[in-house]
Ligand binder design. Sequence first.
Ligand SMILES: Cc1cc2nc3c(=O)[nH]c(=O)nc-3n(C[C@H](O)[C@H](O)[C@H](O)COP(=O)(O)OP(=O)(O)OC[C@H]3O[C@@H](n4cnc5c(N)ncnc54)[C@H](O)[C@@H]3O)c2cc1C
Ligand code: FES
Length: 261
Amino acid sequence: MCVIEKITDETPTVRTLTFSDDILSKVLPGQFAMVWIPGVNELPMSVMVSEENGKAAFTVRKRGQSSTALYNLNIGDYIGVRGPYGNCFDIRNGKLLLVGGGTGLVPLLRLITHCKPSHDITLLMGAQTKEEIFFEDLSNKLLEKNQHDVVCVTEDGTYGKKGFVTDVLEDMLNQNNYDAIYTCGPELMMYKIVKLAKSKNVFVQASLERMMKCGVGICGSCCVGEDLVCKDGTVFDGEYLLKNNEFGNYHRTKSGILEKI
Ligand SMILES: Cc1cc2nc3c(=O)[nH]c(=O)nc-3n(C[C@H](O)[C@H](O)[C@H](O)COP(=O)(O)OP(=O)(O)OC[C@H]3O[C@@H](n4cnc5c(N)ncnc54)[C@H](O)[C@@H]3O)c2cc1C
Ligand code: FES
């Protein structure tokens, strides 16, 4: 059990809850924890970096009943955490491109903290509108020892470049040579990114989300084809994912029914 020590509002619907936990403070990028909201439910969450030693955080967007209950917790409230679970990104040397949307940025920021000063890193972050952009300042701070660029893209053009992150990515891939691309965010965005990277022959990995119940490879609710996202993922090679008919096409509902994304 952990006590929430700090709450930071990132946007009108996204909050970061910080707590002390030595193990979760050191998770690998791509790993997640199962978070128990007492009396409500348990949800999978990526573990957010904290600038303080021994601390970890969850950055939660309020959506349905469970995430809203987590979002509404106060300083001093308890949550249960188990983990970390899952694999992690394979960080290549050289020039890296990180592409994230919303809370999908959480594992990418942790990836940054595992990079060497010699890495040249571009972080592309997408949102619908200006008020949904978050972690820009923190990203610049985490990247201050690297040659880097943080590029914001909004669909309505209220901040940064206007358009979809995938359009900006296409231009960037035409103008630069990257050694690897890492992505986490909405699956249709990741699907396009993986296809674009493949067309340019660039190594790409994506961190997937699926319905999770056990989090440890027992219940099967997180399957994507033959793979379990909680155990074989969350990170998969793009080339491997493109051979999986469910990636970018289907996910499973809470009762296990295959549903078009
Ligand atoms: C590995 C992983 C990491 C995640 N990291 C974050 C994060 O850092 N921040 C964040 O805000 N959210 C994260 N999520 C999503 C989060 O777990 C919930 O899915 C989301 O908060 C909505 O939950 P809800 O019950 O409030 O919504 P509901 O309205 O009940 O459900 C909305 C949708 O959320 C998804 N969902 C609901 N319950 C689960 C579950 N147990 N497992 C997976 N998906 C579910 C389903 O697609 C569902 O249709 C992550 C999910 C996974 C699998
Ligand atoms: S969540 Fe149970 S097998 Fe993955």
